[in-house]
Design a protein around this ligand. Structure first.
Ligand SMILES: Nc1ncnc2c1ncn2[C@@H]1O[C@H](COP(=O)(O)OP(=O)(O)OP(=O)(O)O)[C@@H](O)[C@H]1O
Length: 273
């Protein structure tokens, strides 16, 4: 798979970074650059708001990601991680702050319109159609496309070979990790400019988690920015170019994954020492 296979050409930055595992990606320069937010490709900037008429859950919360990067949101239970992701996707009414995609203010757009603009979102639950086959799920993912999507489907089968084997099976018969692959594949069918994943490894074994992370890295290497919420903070920060630790709806710590993993306060408070 080559860069931009999934997506339309959009002039991604050409940069380089070495991953913890030693593999090299075309990516960022100085660490400080990689957590720069204001001009990032996707930015939820100083977001304050909550659900409906309820109290604010997010307080001046900022989340961002650039092409080729994996940005990870971590933090304790109830910190507002999923809420932050939903706010970026347009599922909250923000009282303050804005969301920008590729320099354009999309704060007023509905989630549906954000999908049309290039956002792929994989919710934490109910993210596949269990009675439909794997292939039908992928076809459903292409609902906004009018062009021939077979090539994209082949790319998804190359990324997740097990889905090719199980293409005729109802998705509900698949294992948890395989279902997550269907959900990510379905989102990729729109050829998104950015992919957002809410706890993609929830409920899967450590081995399956590692496999899913490997696939997520592969997608990021094609240039698609990935913003994800993760419960498995340590493992997620290991693959993160940017990490956001949220506490009570606020940014508590921000840095590269490496920086956060090395931060004594983050280690003590959020990573079990
Ligand atoms: N649909 C909703 N309506 C109203 N309040 C909600 C809704 N979803 C979440 N909340 C509240 O928002 C706060 C943050 O929840 P959120 O799910 O964003 O946290 P989280 O950090 O993702 O937690 P977890 O790690 O447990 O999934 C919680 O107090 C929760 O009760």
């Amino acid at each position: 798979m080559t860069r931009n296979d999934w997506q339309d050409s959009r002039g991604n930055k050409d940069r380089s970074i070495t991953r913890p595992g030693g593999s090299t990606m075309e990516q960022g320069s100085a660490p400080a650059d990689r957590v720069e937010t204001t001009n990032a490709f996707l930015v939820g900037d100083s977001m304050t708001g909550g659900y409906g008429q309820g109290p604010d859950i997010l307080h001046d919360c900022t989340i961002a990601v650039d092409p080729g990067e994996i940005a990870v949101i971590v933090g304790p239970n109830g910190a507002g991680k999923s809420t932050g992701m939903k706010a970026v996707f347009g599922m909250l009414n923000l009282r303050k702050g804005s969301v920008r995609l590729d320099g354009e203010d999309i704060t007023a757009l509905s989630p549906q319109d954000r999908v049309v603009r290039g956002m792929g979102f994989v919710p934490q639950t109910s993210n596949i159609f269990t009675s439909m086959t794997v292939e039908e799920n992928l076809e459903m993912g292409a609902f906004i496309r009018r062009d021939d999507f077979r090539q994209t489907m082949e790319q998804i089968y190359d990324l997740f070979p097990i889905l090719r084997d199980k293409r005729r099976q109802p998705a509900g018969e698949l294992s948890g990790g395989q279902r997550q692959q269907v959900a990510v594949g379905r989102a990729l069918m729109t050829k998104p400019k950015v992919l957002m994943l809410d706890e993609p490894t929830a409920g899967v074994s450590p081995i399956v988690m590692d496999e899913l992370f490997d696939r997520i890295i592969e997608v990021a290497r094609t240039g698609i920015p990935i913003l994800m919420v993760e419960q498995n903070a340590r493992q997620a920060l290991e693959i993160a170019d940017r990490g956001y630790v949220l506490v009570q709806g606020r940014n508590a710590h921000t840095g590269t994954g490496e920086e956060l993993l090395a931060d004594p306060e983050v280690r003590r408070s959020f990573l079990g020492g």
